[in-house]
Design a protein around this ligand. Structure first.
Ligand code: PEP
Ligand code: MN
Length: 337
């Protein structure tokens, strides 16, 4: 950590600071320049609070050297993490294709969609049982009945299943039925929920909040890791912007940027990022090219009848064609589904 002092800092203020640093078991290194003095702090940065230091009289700014997400950072773990979801490996060249409807609507409906997407190459089935909806009057999901359907259909097609958990009180029941727990964009900073899924041990698919920075996303991952669960997969699903041509702004650059910061796998969700079936395939390809460890695409066999997110669903045949190309792109970039 580097402390930059303001130009009028007094000797007494510098003494106060160095004493504080030494009292924490750290070593201050004073460097006196013509206009400014800086103090380099040597030792375990986690022992010192940058905000507290900034509040000391005479301090102009504090520059941490290490990122605040210690467990998620590449410094902590220089190799790519491989997360296993019901036997499917994700990360380090292993790619996942998560597909299925936005919501679980019926056993027959999910069966038909699952049959199609698994046949086309999806290796993880998705479906929401607890839906975070903007309107309280919109379909809220089938709850536990939906979880049971998802588990049965997953077993039938021998694919792991992922579904969203929106409430800390449901973490136990969702982890009973699902192979991976999704934390949705709206709950990315629900810290109680993050700690709860951190304690449950099941892999967690952590979606980026729609107003979250990359640091915010990694700090949320840190909550899950700090609670003892190393199995976190990040997901870029678009952020808010002034652009109205797409549902959200697909931040594909974040994928490449995140790869330089963390060992955790990251996948892309061009369905929620764009909301547009006509451009979802192109955005999925771009995600893999940017270094994503997998893709998440919503599929429905009757989008016009879907209970949620129908307008952004790919048809099973569109999905099949998209996945074929994704496999080709994966070959170019050295990954395998
Ligand atoms: C979803 O996966 O259906 C969903 C609600 O996603 P997000 O949290 O990214 O909006
Ligand atoms: Mn959806």
């Amino acid at each position: 950590m580097i402390i930059i002092l303001s130009s009028e800092t007094s000797e007494q203020q510098i003494d106060n600071l160095t004493q504080h640093i030494e009292s924490l078991g750290l070593t201050p290194h004073l460097s006196v320049g013509t206009f400014r003095t800086i103090i380099g702090v040597i030792g375990d940065e986690s022992k010192i609070d940058a905000d507290q230091l900034s509040a000391y009289p005479g301090v102009s700014s504090v520059v941490p050297i290490l990122p605040p997400y210690k467990l998620a950072s590449l410094d902590a773990h220089p190799q790519a993490s491989v997360v296993e979801v019901g036997g499917v490996k994700i990360g380090g060249g292993h790619l996942c294709m998560i597909s299925g409807p936005c919501s679980i609507e019926s056993a027959e409906g999910l069966d038909a969609i699952a049959s199609a997407v698994v046949q086309s190459g999806a290796n993880i089935l998705r479906g929401g049982a607890y839906k975070p909806r903007t309107s309280p009057y919109a379909f809220q999901g089938m709850g536990i009945d939906g979880l049971k359907i998802l588990r049965e259909v997953g077993n039938q097609y021998t694919v792991p299943v992922v579904t969203e958990v929106t409430d800390p009180r449901n973490v136990e029941v969702v982890s009973e039925y699902a192979d991976m727990l999704q934390i949705g964009a709206r709950n990315m900073q629900n810290f109680v929920l993050l700690t709860e899924v951190g304690k449950c041990g099941k892999p967690v698919l952590l979606k980026r909040g729609m107003s979250a920075t990359i640091t915010d996303l990694l700090m949320s991952a840190e909550y899950v890791l700090a609670a003892g669960n190393p199995n976190v997969i990040l997901c870029e699903r678009g952020i808010k912007s002034f652009e109205s041509a797409t549902r959200n702004l697909y931040d594909v650059a974040a994928v490449a940027a995140i790869k330089t910061l963390t060992h955790l796998p990251i996948i892309v969700d061009p369905s929620h990022a764009t909301g547009r079936p006509d451009i979802i395939p192109a955005c999925a390809y771009a995600g893999l090219a940017a270094g994503a460890d997998g893709v998440h695409i919503e599929v429905h066999d009757h989008p016009e009848k879907a209970f949620s997110d129908g307008p952004q669903a790919l048809s099973p045949s569109e999905f099949a064609a998209t996945f074929k190309k994704l496999e080709e792109i994966a070959r170019v970039f050295g990954g395998t589904f």
